[in-house]
Design a protein around this ligand. Structure first.
Ligand code: SAH
Ligand code: DHB
Ligand code: MG
Length: 221
């Protein structure tokens, strides 16, 4: 009942307000057809990422976890002319689907997909001394989130916003006794940020078509 209600509201908001078009819808359809898991951000969540990136006038965006490029389309559409998304993906098959979806959406020139384990591709970005990113969306595997956060901080500047997906996990975030490595990953992230003077952060619980979960938002000081 409750989940049904969350879905109804997401559908209502998506149909009326969010501005879901054929490229976003098609990206989800082609991802499903290719057998990718249905774990993209929801349409209202994608729009939230888009609005936040626009509000802060992000020119350089880093994403960890491309999947079929659904969230990547939302983020790339927030860029001004000359802006860029770098998105990191482990699975060649996912990157292949994402490339197709981004091409259809006319975003190929704004997006660079880097294939490999995000620990390695982040280290490569650091070694290359790339220009810092204004906005980072961390949405790859959850046990490595603390490592991703540490590396991401080396790729940002004061004023950058770091958003981490899936940190509430049906409320398991508050379960200190959990032996789930995903939960341990998001709990360690919270413990790290609680004592990190370089950032100021909060976590917002969400419900909707993706169930009960939430985002962490961290602003680099
Ligand atoms: N951001 C996407 C969803 C990402 S799902 C969206 O909202 O549309 C998580 C993705 O992270 C999957 O495609 C998975 O293959 C990728 N992933 C898992 N482990 C990874 C790793 N170690 N390095 C890079 N990507 C990884
Ligand atoms: C999973 C990953 C995600 O990024 C998400 O938003 C939901 C689920 C998963 O790995 O199951
Ligand atoms: Mg996610």
């Amino acid at each position: 009942m409750t989940e049904h209600l969350w879905n109804s509201v997401d559908t209502y908001v998506t149909d009326g307000l969010v501005g879901h078009d054929e490229f976003l819808g098609g990206a989800l359809e082609r991802s499903a057809a290719a057998g990718l898991p249905a774990i993209s951000v929801s349409p209202p969540q994608g729009k939230l990422l888009h609005l936040l990136a626009r509000a802060m006038r992000a020119r350089r965006i880093l994403e960890l976890g491309t999947l079929g490029g659904y969230s990547t389309i939302w983020l790339a559409r927030a860029l001004p002319r000359g802006g860029r998304v770098v998105t990191l993906e482990l699975e060649e098959k996912h990157a292949h689907v994402a490339r197709d979806n981004l091409r259809r959406a006319g975003l190929t020139r704004r997006v660079e997909i880097r294939l490999g384990s995000a620990l390695d591709t982040l280290d490569a970005l650091i070694a290359e001394s790339v220009k810092p990113f204004d906005f980072v969306f961390i949405d790859a595997d959850k046990p490595h989130i603390p490592d991703y956060y540490t590396r991401t901080l080396q790729l940002t500047h004061p004023g950058s916003l770091i958003i981490v997906d899936n940190v509430v996990r049906d409320g398991k975030l508050a379960d200190a006794s959990s032996d789930d490595p995903n939960v341990q990953g998001v709990r360690k992230l919270h413990a790290m940020l609680a004592h990190d003077p370089r950032v100021t952060a909060t976590t917002i619980q969400t419900v909707g078509s993706k169930g009960y979960d939430g985002f962490m938002l961290a602003l680099v000081r």
